[in-house]
Design a protein around this ligand. Structure first.
Ligand code: KG4
Ligand code: ZN
Length: 338
């Protein structure tokens, strides 16, 4: 990989992030997370967009300073074109376009979902990168899918959720327990001291490799409503066991289809990506399958799991090598297929 220096910008949801990459080595990866959404139980698009506008200049400035890079050393600007919240994407897209124009360097659009997957090729993401073809369970707040990755830019979705994403399920169920947004990491933390076998929630029965998580949420809702009638303190008295049981239900559901795909496609190179890949239960399940099924597993470093610009810079670097540049007329796309 060449040693070109590229600035990556990510603003698809509620994290404003900028990173500098040289070859496939990350020189800086700065993120400003927005806490304004916590009390609303989810991301408020209008607030997210405004916060991106406030954060973007300081975040880029910090990223260049940390990488010890002058603007004239930048070879190209990579940015998240989509998918995501339009108002959020517009901030990063407009900024990237203006910067590319003023520095007179190529502009490179990046698909956010491809970036979660290709983060595995960042130098320090894994001891060795995955070998093609590999399967990647891509699990975030907005997406849940099993992707067959034949090459860097040759990806096929073989299964996906038909309703809620896994991260969304963690967040919505956590909200039922009174936890702040995003509840996923909190559920994970509380689950560590809980017993996953105390409560059983129904698992979706879907054909093929597709997922469904809205039923789990409803099953938890009905269960706690019933229990709260008998004991108003039910949630607080059982919070850790509830979190552990929910985490077990979601991660077992995710792994079941991934195992089925690995067996049927006869692939033992298996990766996870996206915000939910930070989940300790999911990571443990992957480690178990490494032993049990002989998988070569790829679990990204924490900083490359939830939304970050390092992964955007990585994809931009791969596209830069291929000479795949975007026109300055490019616009943000809330929907943007793999
Ligand atoms: O990839 P990401 O940062 O943003 C999207 O592209 O959606 O993923 C955010 C999602 C949220 O739903 C969050 O609750 C979930 O990832 N998440 C987790 C954990 N860390 C983040 N879910 C379960 N356990 C975690 N440790
Ligand atoms: Zn994401």
């Amino acid at each position: 990989m060449n040693g070109s220096i590229i600035l990556g910008i990510e603003s698809s949801c509620d994290d404003t992030s900028a990173a500098v990459i040289k070859g496939n080595r990350i020189l800086s990866n700065i993120a400003a997370s927005q806490t304004i959404h916590n009390e609303y139980g989810g991301v408020v698009p209008e607030l997210a967009s405004r916060a991106h506008q406030q954060n973007i200049i300081p975040v880029i400035h910090q990223s260049l300073t940390k990488a010890n890079i002058q603007q004239n050393e930048i070879s190209a600007i990579g940015f998240t074109r989509g998918p995501g919240l339009l108002g959020s994407l517009l901030v990063g897209t407009s900024f990237a376009k203006s910067l590319a124009m003023s520095l007179d360097v190529p502009l490179i659009e990046v698909n956010h979902l491809q970036a979660h997957i290709l983060a595995h090729f960042i130098e320090d993401a894994n001891p060795v990168p995955p070998k093609f073809p590999f399967l990647c369970l891509t699990v975030s707040g907005g997406h849940t899918m099993i992707v067959l990755v034949e090459d860097y830019f040759d990806m096929k979705i073989i299964g996906k959720t038909i309703d809620d994403a896994a991260g969304e399920a963690f967040d919505k169920i956590g909200k039922l327990f009174g936890l702040d947004y995003p509840a996923g990491p909190i559920v994970d933390k509380l689950a560590k001291t809980g017993d996953p076998n105390v409560f059983t929630f129904s698992k979706p029965k879907m054909d093929g490799y597709d997922y469904s998580f809205s039923g789990v949420k409803t099953s938890v809702l009905y269960f706690i409503q019933k229990e709260l009638k008998k004991n108003p303190e039910f949630i607080s008295e059982n919070l850790n066991d509830l979190c552990a049981s929910v985490q077990k239900t979601i991660t077992e559901t995710l792994m079941l289809k991934l195992e089925k795909a690995a067996a049927e496609y006869q692939i033992s190179e298996v990766a996870i990506a996206g915000g939910v890949s930070a989940n300790s239960g999911l990571r443990e399940a992957m480690l178990t399958n490494k032993e049990k099924l002989g998988w070569n597993i790829y679990i990204p470093k924490f900083e490359y799991t939830t939304d970050n610009a390092a992964m955007i810079a990585m994809v931009a670097q791969l596209k830069y090598e291929r000479g795949e540049f975007s026109d300055l007329s490019v616009s943000a796309s809330a929907r943007y297929d793999l």
